[in-house]
Design a protein around this ligand. Structure first.
Ligand code: ADP
Ligand code: ADP
Ligand code: ZN
Length: 217
């Protein structure tokens, strides 16, 4: 199954992706995670991406498409994959369709997580991430047992540099401008499924799971 998770920053794409890939045993491909890994290792890609990511702007299509193209060629994607945060522009979506068509593949489902803007702000400014394993938590909505310490691996939690009120505003504007037109794009193809992302984490997972598995007999 070839899945795309769409939704504005803070909608819960990463949180839901972590859960869904376990159930379906497919790789979780997050372009945001790929950029952050390259940035922390200070590779050429990381240094270039940093200029955009830390300002809350989208990384240019050429760079982003190149990363996804390489990743999708790897063997673990043969039986399916979950793309989290890609595509974010129409050009990226067109490129993805071309890449998949070369292997006779297509997108099975595009899941769009819908969350209102005020809630997105609260979610993003309270988001905390584990330095060691990348797990995502929230100070209020999904707190760890011990403050500042990851429940999964006891790693140290940090706040992303782009999760400040100011950068969040830019990111939501980028979403409106570049990414929201994709809803119509995938709706026209008949692959778009809307999910209410404001519900509790477990409830959202259940709804996504039902869409992916199809209606119960
Ligand atoms: P995205 O990947 O779409 O940016 P995340 O999965 O990182 O979003 O979630 C953003 C923040 O909101 C995180 O701190 C996460 O713990 C929290 N969160 C995610 N889903 C929910 C939910 N359904 N209810 C409450 N908080 C949530
Ligand atoms: P969020 O969880 O808030 O949706 P991500 O972790 O997915 O954010 O992405 C963080 C940043 O990485 C984005 O603000 C952008 O700078 C860059 N990025 C991630 N995916 C893409 C993409 N498909 N196209 C361009 N830039 C991207
Ligand atoms: Zn951890």
């Amino acid at each position: 199954m070839n899945i795309i998770f769409m939704g504005p920053p803070g909608a819960g794409k990463g949180t839901q992706a972590e859960r869904i890939v376990q159930q379906f045993n497919i790789p979780h491909i997050s372009t945001g995670d790929a950029f952050r890994a390259a940035m922390s290792q200070e590779t050429a890609l990381g240094l270039e991406a940093k200029k955009y990511v830390n300002q809350g702007l989208l990384v240019p299509d050429e760079i982003t498409i190149g990363i996804v193209n390489e990743r999708l060629k790897q063997n673990d994607c043969a039986e399916g994959f979950l793309l989290d945060g890609f595509p974010r522009t129409i050009s990226q979506a067109d490129a993805l369709a071309t890449i998949l068509a070369q292997d006779g593949k297509q997108i099975s489902f595009v899941i769009n997580l819908k969350v209102n803007r005020n809630l997105l702000l609260d979610r993003l400014t309270g988001r905390r991430i584990c330095k060691s394993c990348g797990a995502t938590f929230h100070l209020v909505f999904n707190p760890t047992t011990v403050p500042g310490v990851c429940d999964k691996c006891s790693g140290e939690l940090y706040q992303r540099a782009d999760d400040t009120v100011e950068k969040v505003g830019t990111r939501l504007d980028e979403y409106e401008k570049w990414t929201s037109p994709l809803l119509e794009y995938y709706s026209a193809k008949g692959t778009l499924k809307e999910v209410n992302g404001e519900l509790e984490i477990e409830v959202v997972t259940k709804q996504i799971d039902e869409i992916l598995r199809g209606p119960a007999e």
